[in-house]
Design a protein around this ligand. Structure first.
Ligand SMILES: Nc1ncnc2c1ncn2[C@@H]1O[C@H](COP(=O)(O)OP(=O)(O)O)[C@@H](O)[C@H]1O
Ligand SMILES: [Mg+2]
Length: 383
């Protein structure tokens, strides 16, 4: 491998808010983010993707069109990033393209990412690594989350810590720290992140999301509804586990709220619903962090355990303060406090996965996903 090389990572998460594109330089063992952009998806495309959460049905014609449309958005994001940084295709070693997940079904097992990499490779003129998740699933793994392996590279310090990615869905990583070398990272999806809050904001408040958590902050938490939401079997499952919008979507929320309203004989105020959903995200994350701590960390230190927040949820002050409130023995803060851009991490991870695939390195994920072994992940499409 050359002493230094540039990669582009492309990602769009379950929120379908935009295509994250990170320009990353790998210099010996250092990973440096050079630039990050996140152009929004066209409204109609976002609408088509979000509609699939509640009704995951597409004709093959629609599926093909959507996969092509997403591929072009991914390719355009990569080209915008190159133009902005005055780079040519020949300057980039490879693209790592996650694609857009439209169906995640570990029980089958299958995880469907669209945005065919052939179009990304051919339209950018850059070799493209993609289709990471099915490789893990073919070995019996959940195919998700992948973040813990990358968080370990980016965040590991002497002290053990947690990294919490709050996107549409939330996932935690537990990094044992350098004092216990050779211990692989752990992690899993904890349940909903911002997704259900976004749904309520779009449906009742004419907003894409709850800026800073201001609306949720003004409302009250309905503790009975919270208990009912937390009775979903996913929260009781032990790891490895992963989930998606097929499980935590508006249909499930409507049913649960309806049941709650029937029990009480009243209608829930929308702001109360939003505050309760924010609490659901904080509570379900905190619950799992405490569980992993009990299982894996001897309680010896009086130091607070760091909890780094990444993903769009890092910008929701109210959510962070609710999480801190649930976790008094931890120090909860955005990864920005560690000079790591919380929004760029997932796209950086895609660049890293491409770099690892080109080097034929295995990714230490079997302890996370439950796969039979660690494997080289991703297929390669040439320009
Ligand atoms: N300023 C903000 N205040 C509150 N929430 C925010 C803010 N900025 C982004 N978000 C939340 O983050 C989400 C996007 O997060 P992201 O990590 O991109 O998720 P995904 O990986 O699912 O695409 C938005 O839909 C929104 O809910
Ligand atoms: Mg996103």
């Amino acid at each position: 491998m050359p002493a230094s090389s540039l990669y582009i990572g492309l990602m769009s998460g379950t929120s379908a808010d935009g295509v994250d594109a990170a320009l990353v330089e790998f210099k010996s063992d250092k990973i440096q983010l050079i630039d990050f952009i996140s152009p929004s998806l066209p409204k109609a495309l976002k609408k088509s993707l979000l509609a699939l959460n509640d009704s995951p049905h597409l004709s093959l014609e629609q599926f093909s069109q959507l996969s092509f449309d997403i591929a072009l958005q991914f390719s355009q994001a990569a080209q915008m990033l190159m133009t902005k940084n005055r780079l040519q295709a020949s300057d980039i070693h490879a693209i790592g393209s996650h694609g857009q997940t439209i169906y995640h079904a570990p029980h089958i097992p299958m995880s469907v990412q669209i945005g065919h990499p052939a179009f990304v490779a051919k339209t950018t003129g850059i070799q493209t690594v993609a289709d990471f998740r099915v490789d893990d699933m073919a070995l019996g793994g959940q195919g998700a989350p992948f973040a813990p392996a990358f968080h370990q590279v980016l965040f590991t310090d002497d002290q053990a810590c947690f990294v919490v990615n709050i996107g549409g869905i939330a996932n935690i990583s537990f990094l044992p720290g350098n004092r216990t070398p050779n211990q692989p990272p752990l992690g899993y999806d904890t349940g909903p992140g911002n997704a259900l809050m976004d749904d309520i904001c779009q449906q009742f408040f004419d907003k894409a999301f709850d800026e800073n958590g201001e609306l949720a902050k003004q409302g009250k938490v309905d503790s009975e509804l919270l208990t009912l939401l937390l009775s979903h079997p996913y929260f009781l499952k032990t790891h490895p586990k992963s989930t998606g919008r097929e499980t935590f979507n508006e249909s499930w929320l409507e049913e649960t709220v309806h049941q709650h309203e029937q029990n009480l004989g009243t209608t829930i105020v929308k702001q109360t619903l939003l505050s309760t959903l924010c609490e659901l995200t904080a509570h379900s994350i905190a619950m799992e962090i405490k569980k992993v701590t009990m299982e894996h960390l001897p309680i010896e230190s009086t130091l607070k355990i760091p909890v780094w927040i990444v993903g769009g949820g890092a910008q929701n002050q109210h959510l962070i303060s609710r999480l801190q409130n649930q976790l008094p023995h931890y120090h909860v803060q955005s990864s920005a406090a560690k000079q790591i851009d919380p929004n760029a991490i997932e796209a950086m991870m895609c660049a890293w996965l491409a770099q690892q695939r080109m080097a034929l390195n295995t990714i230490p994920l079997s302890a996370v996903t439950g796969a039979k072994r660690d494997a080289v992940l991703g297929g390669l499409w040439l320009p």
